[in-house]
Write a protein of this length. Structure first.
Length: 415
């Protein structure tokens, strides 16, 4: 019998010793793993691996290419008349497009989490630029939108579009569980949006105010703000818009004139209605298949400054309903593909960044087309990838690079 008995005390002591030593081994092994992971993170902190979303990239390149072709076709008469060089706008835009594509490809290889490290500096720089442009700017009528730096100009509101997306994405991702509360989900985000909109308003840049406010509203809605309070806010904004339309005198002089010109189609046909009327002539003369690439008549100094906000009217005239619809479809595909990337993101911050960026493009495109077709008053919103502007196209392609960088980390199929 004694041979069958086991010494319990010695056995338990050994087990206790083994149990006591196991955590130490685990701690040592976990420390080694953690040290190795830190080493790997230092490498992957800067660059990311995996294939980018090829469909999104192809759509961007398609829009950029078509935009360049249409920019040259729409602007060579005006460029020849104003700058004595038919290629003036095309050459300058091409330089920024090349720089933008290089930037997009470089950013697409970088880890998007690096953005989190520069949120505070980016916010500070953007606010400083929005303040600087109020006192140091180009002399274009009563507008204070561009900071001249040598041969180029910088438009701080273009940078503000990206900054508002990043700042709100960071705030919402950190406070997601409290976004349903009025103070955390409505008041705080609105203070951030109000800061940017207020500074842009001082530039006499109403279209920029509308765009930044709309981007912020989309971010708040997608971020989980109370839908009832959100709906109430939308109703208040709609009521304010109706009040302004019915009382255009409350706006600045040029803005009030544009509202009056929108309401009264016979108002100042050689002034406030000139650009819009000729835009409608261009769209109407395009018919179903268009007059053909390069065959627009309205671009011969009828549609004033066709390189900017009203370039889509020349697109409609030359490519017709079919061509215009195809371009709108490309913009829609860009937005849809962006949403696919956002839905497959691994973290909330990345998803909100993608939603904010593609929403910016979608809202800007919709507003531009509504202006060109005289559906809303002329607000001076450019068409993404098409309208002339160095800062605009450079920032836009940078943002596309951020989306492509995030796409490398999603669970979608890689190529």
């Amino acid at each position: 019998m004694s041979d069958r008995l086991e010494p319990p005390k010695r056995y338990n002591n050994n087990r206790e010793t083994e149990r006591a030593s196991e955590p130490q081994k685990e701690r040592r092994s976990s420390n080694i793993v953690r040290t190795r992971n830190l080493t790997k993170l230092k490498k992957s902190d800067i660059l990311t691996v995996g294939g980018m979303d090829v469909a999104f990239f192809a759509i961007v390149i398609g829009l950029v290419t078509i935009g360049l072709v249409m920019l040259f076709s729409a602007t060579y008469p005006y460029a020849l008349q104003k700058h004595d060089d038919s290629y003036y706008f095309f050459k300058r835009q091409l330089v920024f497009v090349v720089l933008g594509i290089i930037t997009m490809l470089v950013v697409s290889k970088m880890n998007y989490r690096l953005i989190k490290r520069v949120i505070v500096p980016l916010f500070a720089v953007t606010v400083i630029l929005l303040l600087v442009v109020l006192v140091y700017h180009t002399n274009v009528k009563d507008f204070k939108r561009w900071i001249p730096i040598g041969p180029i100009t910088i438009q701080p509101s273009d940078i503000a579009k990206f900054t508002i997306v990043i700042v709100l994405a960071d705030y919402i991702s950190k406070n997601y569980k409290r976004m349903h509360k009025p103070y955390d989900g409505i008041v705080k985000p609105m203070l951030i949006i109000a800061l940017f909109c207020g500074l842009i308003f001082l530039e006499h840049h109403n279209s920029g105010v509308i765009l930044v406010f709309s981007i912020g509203a989309v971010m708040m809605f997608c971020g989980g703000s109370d839908w009832r309070l959100f709906a109430l806010g939308v109703l208040l904004v709609a009521a304010a818009a109706v009040f302004v339309v019915l009382n255009p005198n409350v706006m600045m002089h040029y803005a009030g004139q544009r509202i009056e010109a929108w309401l009264d189609k016979d108002y100042d046909p050689l002034g406030a209605r000139w650009q819009t009327n000729n835009s409608l002539y261009a769209i109407g003369s395009g018919n179903f298949f268009g007059a053909g690439l390069g065959n627009s008549k309205q671009k011969f100094l009828y549609v004033s400054e066709p390189q900017n906000d009203f370039i889509f009217s020349i697109v409609c005239e030359e490519l017709g309903f079919v061509g215009a619809t195809a371009i709108i479809a490309l913009f829609a595909l860009l937005f849809i593909r962006g949403l696919v990337i956002a839905l497959r993101c691994k973290d909330r911050f990345a998803a909100l960044v993608v939603i904010g960026i593609v929403s910016q493009v979608a809202i800007q495109t919709i507003l531009n087309i509504l202006v060109v077709t005289d559906t809303i008053p002329n607000t001076g919103i450019s068409l993404p990838f098409f309208s002339y502007g160095g800062t605009s196209i450079l920032m836009l392609l940078f943002e596309m690079g951020v989306v492509l960088s995030i796409s490398r980390t999603t669970y979608q199929r890689k190529v």
